[in-house]
Design a protein around this ligand. Structure first.
Ligand SMILES: C[S@@+](CC[C@H](N)C(=O)[O-])C[C@H]1O[C@@H](n2cnc3c(N)ncnc32)[C@H](O)[C@@H]1O
Length: 265
């Protein structure tokens, strides 16, 4: 196994989404509160037996790795990230600095390889899907969960559409993210020859004070300075969006979390 000793510079690590930002841990917690329920439901239906080896790539602040450790007390849970600062002090899991874009694992090392809100941000996403499949043992599962912002582009509200398009452009330009890629995930697993491919989705709205709404607001707030610096939005746009979101008459579909899984036979 090869690992990076220090986090390598990448689009993500130098971006407004990276872990050095004040408030990043709380932003990751808002993501976890929004997305953990779907991830838990997906793992619950996999019916893992025995003492599974589970890998969570790009584990962030680690709520899912912590849950996996409790859900499967006999499992070996490995949580990786290029920046592991938020993964300390989680009992019962192995933590490893690992850049999924460049670092490997030996073939057939895990019963489940999982990644959430990670591949959409990495330009190497197609290659990672192919490589991660080789890390899964026969009978095991690859589970990929990613965010699609397509619903926000479908909104009838012109201000929300403008803000959404600016956010997608910022992510694409500063990180290389593809915020529509998640919609193609089940097909990509089928194309790679996975068996028993399935998927589930979680719809996230804004303006309804839901966990997804709070995650959206935290991420947009963190993106604010970069959006202004690149001239993608003005302060007036951001202020108007804050007022719109606070308007009790406004709510709109904002994102989909797509969870897709496939089995290696
Ligand atoms: C949006 S967060 C998602 C965190 C976690 N998967 C979750 O859903 O709660 C993305 C995480 O991926 C990590 N990351 C970014 N690029 C990475 C890479 N090349 N290899 C491993 N992790 C990476 C970031 O440090 C961050 O913790």
């Amino acid at each position: 196994m090869t690992t990076t000793d220090t986090a390598q510079a990448s689009g993500y690590t130098s971006s407004y989404l990276a872990d050095q930002h004040a408030g990043q841990l709380e932003r990751l917690r808002t993501l976890e509160r929004a997305f953990d329920p779907l991830s838990h439901a997906v793992f619950d239906q996999l019916e893992l037996a025995g003492k599974p080896a589970i890998l969570d790539l790009g584990a962030g602040a680690g709520s899912l790795a912590a849950w996996l450790g409790k859900r499967y007390p006999d499992a070996t849970v490995t949580a990786t990230d290029i920046d592991t600062r938020f993964l300390t002090n989680i009992p019962g899991i192995r933590v490893m600095t690992h850049n999924v874009a460049t670092d490997d694992f030996p073939a057939a090392s895990f019963d489940v390889v999982h990644a959430r809100a990670l591949l959409c941000h990495l330009t190497e996403r197609e290659d990672i899907l192919t490589r991660a499949a080789t890390w899964v043992r026969p009978g095991g599962w690859l589970v990929i969960e990613d965010v699609s912002l397509q619903p926000s582009l479908n909104t009838a509200n012109p201000l929300f559409r403008k803000i959404a398009q600016a956010g997608i452009t910022l992510l694409e330009r500063s990180i290389g993210s593809d915020m529509l890629w998640a919609d193609t995930l089940p097909g990509r697993l089928r194309d790679r020859g996975f068996s028993n491919v399935g998927h589930r989705t979680l719809e996230g709205r804004i303006g309804d004070n839901s966990p997804a709404d709070i995650f959206w607001a935290a991420t947009t707030a963190q993106a604010g300075p970069a959006l202004l610096k690149l001239g993608l939005l003005t302060q007036d746009d951001l202020d108007a969006m804050a007022s719109l979101r606070a308007d009790p008459a406004f709510t709109a579909a904002a994102l989909t979390l797509v969870s897709a899984w496939g089995q290696v036979l």
